[in-house]
Design a binder for this molecule. Structure first.
Ligand code: CA
Ligand code: CA
Ligand code: CA
Length: 229
């Protein structure tokens, strides 16, 4: 009880001392953590929409995938010197009058060269279906002339996942060919039914995948009318 009684008086003695230190500017300095590094990172090229990350040139430095005006994809490669990201790789859809809607880097043929999947609204946007194209990686860059336009369109943004567990990303979604979900397997780019259900998928979807059965392959959680695994 005596100690408890002394505590308020101790704080009463310390309070003027702490107030004095505060006036002198002594004590913990408020953190100034935010620092604008835009110019250091990008120089005069700091415009566009940051769409994805990935190590395109396999130098173990993460590169940035930037969209400009929804027609052009610019890959800023990480560099040791400022500006630390330089626009080195470009693919353009201006000639196709297509609007890019999504960018997903990945090695879609398993040759250890990173490729890039783009989804897009086709010319004139006559339908709401999304086209998809893969630009193939070559010598740790992208060849703008070496691309594969997928022969089906998607009702909604496809989901990229490793469906069959071969470490090559696959492409899942509802296509113009079937109301059943389809999977485009990476590697040989072959289409397969992915799920047997009469229920319609919602748009936009909210699919997720998780290895529920612990077999190192993707289980799948679809949001349709009910949840399906
Ligand atoms: Ca890199
Ligand atoms: Ca590849
Ligand atoms: Ca796969």
């Amino acid at each position: 009880m005596a100690a408890a009684g002394r505590l308020p008086s101790s704080w009463a003695l310390l309070a003027p001392l702490l107030a004095g230190l505060a006036l002198l500017g002594v004590g913990p300095v408020p953190a100034r953590a935010l620092h604008n590094v835009t110019a250091e990172l990008f120089g005069a090229e700091a415009w566009g929409t940051l769409a994805a990350f990935g190590d395109l040139n396999s130098d173990k430095q993460t590169d940035l995938f930037v969209l400009r005006e929804k027609n052009d994809l610019i890959v800023f490669l990480a560099d040791q010197n400022a500006p630390y990201f330089k626009p080195k790789v470009k693919v353009s859809f201006k000639n196709h009058s297509a609007l890019i809607t999504s960018v997903v880097p990945g090695d879609y043929d398993g040759d250890s060269q990173m490729d890039v999947l783009l989804t897009y609204f086709p010319q004139n946007h006559a339908s709401s279906e999304l086209g998809a194209v893969i630009f193939w990686g070559q010598n740790q860059t992208l060849d703008p002339n070496n691309m594969t336009i997928l022969n089906r369109t998607f009702q909604d943004q496809p989901l990229i996942m490793d469906f069959n567990g071969d470490l090559i990303p696959d492409i899942f979604g509802i296509t113009n060919e079937s109301s059943q979900p389809q999977i485009l397997l990476g590697g040989n780019l072959s289409w397969h039914p992915a799920l047997t259900t009469n229920s319609k998928m919602r748009i936009p979807h909210s699919h997720a995948f998780i290895d529920l059965t612990e077999d190192f392959t993707a289980g799948k959680l679809h949001k349709i009318v009910k949840y399906v695994i």
